[in-house]
Design a protein. Structure first.
Length: 280
């Protein structure tokens, strides 16, 4: 089975080193490539945090990226038009396949009219807008901006934009499912739900059955497996664990779609031998 990792991060600081170690990995591209190759992952999509001015980031060939606008980029409502010029330069880069927003961290609602320059570009270049939805990694973030119901208003207001609800809005799966059911321009990735290495997977499934059963229940309720994308949030979680976990919550007849085809379609990936793991 071929797999596309539709949500990962690449960083070189001590924070990424520590969470990679906790997940049983090493935080470097060589190790990532080795693990991808061993587990059938052929391509990944980086959720970027580099400065917007870096319009030609040096990512390895086996990944694409979404240009990210977060607190490190310096999100500023007053300069969005200037930032949009840089976003357009990224969109012209074939390796850039979308835009990533972090509303909980930057304190803005994604339906705000100030974001219209970004959304106009997303429509013009057919680039999805991935949005961090749900719990945040920082207790300084504000959840009212990252609750999945916020995406309902954005998706309704900007119908021409393909939104990707990152993390399925966890833990608000009921609300996330309602937003996806109502809005045809919303899909979700399943990243960021596990952390670290799980020493006993069977025991983990039993201990967390309340949480997992409800997630599976809302996935079954929607019965729209063409609208969910596999993602690991590397280096947050162990890759092998994440594959097993996703196989646990997704029926086997939909694995090809969730693990590969949906990400290829949503992010318009043109995969060749040159941009998959085989050439790294």
């Amino acid at each position: 089975m071929k797999i596309i990792d539709a949500h990962l991060h690449l960083g070189t600081d001590a924070y990424f080193d520590a969470i990679a170690k906790a997940a049983g990995h090493e935080n470097n591209v060589e190790h990532l490539a080795e693990q991808y190759r061993a587990r059938g992952l052929v391509h990944g999509i980086v959720m970027g945090n580099l400065p917007l001015e870096n319009t030609a980031p040096q990512y390895p060939a086996f990944v694409s990226y979404c240009v990210g606008i977060d607190s490190r980029v310096g999100f500023d409502r007053e300069t969005i038009k200037a930032q949009a010029v840089l976003v357009e330069q990224h969109f012209r880069n074939p390796q850039c396949v979308g835009l990533k927003l972090y509303p909980g961290y930057n304190y803005f609602y994604i339906y705000d009219d100030c974001l219209e320059p970004f959304y106009e570009l997303a429509q013009k270049y057919a680039k999805p807008v991935a949005v961090h939805m749900g719990l945040t990694a920082s207790n300084d973030a504000l959840l009212k901006y990252s609750h999945p119901l916020v995406m309902d208003e954005a998706a309704t207001k900007f119908r021409g934009v393909q939104f990707v609800m990152c993390h399925f809005g966890e833990p608000w799966f009921e609300d996330a499912a309602a937003v996806i059911e109502k809005n045809p321009n919303v899909v979700a990735d399943l990243s960021g739900i596990l952390t670290a290495k799980i020493p006993d997977f069977a025991a983990f499934l039993q201990k967390k059955h309340f949480y997992i059963d409800r997630m599976k229940g809302w996935l079954e309720y929607l019965d729209s497996y063409d609208r969910f994308l596999f993602g690991t949030d590397w280096p947050l979680a162990n890759l092998g664990d994440y594959i097993k976990f996703t196989q646990e919550i997704i029926p086997a007849e939909h694995w090809e779609a969730v693990f590969f085809a949906n990400a290829q379609r949503v992010y318009h990936l043109q995969l060749t031998e040159g941009n998959t793991i085989n050439r790294y």
